[in-house]
Design a protein around this ligand. Structure first.
Ligand SMILES: *[C@@H]1O[C@H](CO)[C@@H](O)[C@H](O)[C@H]1NC(C)=O
Ligand SMILES: *[C@@H]1O[C@H](CO)[C@@H](O)[C@H](O)[C@H]1NC(C)=O
Ligand SMILES: *[C@@H]1O[C@H](CO)[C@@H](O)[C@H](O)[C@H]1NC(C)=O
Ligand SMILES: *[C@@H]1O[C@H](CO)[C@@H](O)[C@H](O)[C@H]1NC(C)=O
Ligand SMILES: *[C@@H]1O[C@H](CO)[C@@H](O)[C@H](O)[C@H]1NC(C)=O
Length: 341
């Protein structure tokens, strides 16, 4: 089971990775001679002179950044503060990577990140932020704030970011109220990760462009009727490790043909919710299901019409292989992985 899970996850990652570059391979591959304007503690490769690599050097301060740098790698250091003026030479910076430092929100001085009007990627995971930095550039396409201490996320934080495609907010302390209105009006948002927070509901007002919504490990008890239907592009929905009960799942809420993967594992469901025939991966392990209701998965089973399910996980429920109705195999003919225990 485990390798399968890894495989699926790997598939997903590669699906998303195409939009990203190898920013997290911080160090250039070979020891390189730096361009003359580069500061001593960093490297600016001759063949990529707009990049400055300062990652993993125990830096306590942001070093001097010479004019012309567009890609700045400062991850894995001991930086506590973003002092006034540090980015004055590089207000057209495109990527800023600050992951794995110890920056608090009150130590981000104004006239720094807020002056980077061309910023496209801001990677600020695993710091000590209690609120998002900003105001951020409208040209942002990717924002990563994983593993901070965010308790608030003001509704205007992302407004007007027409090219924003990915927002990662997992491992914070955000509530449904603190995210109210945060995603309204975003035209290009494809991936939103709000897992490992304190949400009681799926985030409100998310745009119809969304392809992937990850809300695992929250406190979600119910999903409102029509929530998924308002997201006509949604393919991956993950709500595992929440508190979903049957009464919180309105009839047909997952019955939409765009969905390819639905993860409802580690909840408190007693029945298999109705899904669309187009669904390919359904995770229901570790719930309280005691009846295999074939009608939830197969509505019009016939020789020419069958479920597209490839994976169905039902382990950790009150079900065994013998719970499966005899006619299930006809409908579930594409399912190479049906796991009961
Ligand atoms: C800006 O660049 C100049 C010349 O490279 C340098 O002397 C100065 O210290 C830089 N300022 C900052 C804030 O990095
Ligand atoms: C969004 O991207 C387009 C195309 O690259 C660009 O012309 C536009 O200025 C960008 N929008 C913002 C707000 O930066
Ligand atoms: C589920 O969707 C199908 C068409 O895709 C529709 O015929 C059916 O009525 C829907 N069921 C519910 C409960 O909405
Ligand atoms: C196949 O299933 C769809 C619903 O998903 C239904 O509308 C259609 O009539 C079925 N076709 C056949 C030939 O059974
Ligand atoms: C588990 O399933 C068996 C057989 O279907 C049933 O008799 C029993 O009541 C179920 N237990 C629970 C806790 O649902």
């Amino acid at each position: 089971m485990f390798p399968l899970r890894v495989f699926l996850f790997g598939g997903l990652v590669s699906l998303c990775v195409c939009q990203y570059y190898d920013y997290d391979f911080g160090l250039p591959p070979e020891p390189v001679q730096s361009t003359p304007s580069c500061v001593q503690e960093c490297e600016c490769p001759f063949n990529f002179p707009t990049a400055m690599y300062c990652n993993g050097r125990n830096l306590k301060f942001i070093p001097i950044v010479p004019t012309g740098i567009k890609y700045l790698y400062l991850q894995d250091n001991l930086i506590e503060e973003i002092k006034p003026g540090v980015f004055d030479n590089v207000t057209d910076l495109r990527w800023l990577v600050l992951d794995n430092n110890i920056i608090t929100s009150d130590k981000i001085q104004s006239g720094t990140i807020d002056k980077l009007g061309k910023l496209e990627k801001l990677m600020f995971s695993n710091n000590k932020l209690t609120k998002p930095p900003g105001p951020l550039s409208k040209s942002l396409d990717e924002l990563k704030l994983i593993g901070n201490q965010l308790t608030s996320f003001p509704s205007g934080t992302l407004s007007g970011m027409e090219n924003l495609t990915s927002v990662y907010l997992s491992k914070n302390q955000l509530t449904s109220e603190s995210l109210a209105g945060a995603f309204k009006g975003l035209k290009s948002l494809m991936l939103l990760d709000v897992s490992e927070n304190k949400l009681k509901k799926l985030p409100a007002g998310v745009p119809p462009s969304l392809l992937m919504l990850y809300a695992d490990n929250n406190e979600i008890e119910s999903i409102s009727g029509g929530y998924v239907a308002k997201l006509p592009e949604l393919q991956y929905l993950r709500v595992s490790h929440n508190k979903l009960v049957d009464s919180g799942i309105p009839a047909g809420v997952f019955n939409v043909s765009s969905l390819l993967e639905l993860d409802l594992s580690f909840n408190k469901l007693q029945t298999i919710p109705e899904v669309n025939e187009a669904l390919e991966h359904l995770y229901l392990q570790v719930n309280q299901i005691s009846k295999f209701d074939l009608g939830s998965i197969c509505k019009f089973s016939s020789p020419v019409n069958y479920s597209k399910l490839k994976t169905l996980r039902l382990d950790g429920n009150n079900l065994t292989h013998s719970s499966m109705p005899d006619d299930a195999s006809n409908c579930l003919r594409q399912a190479s992985e049906i796991i009961f225990d």
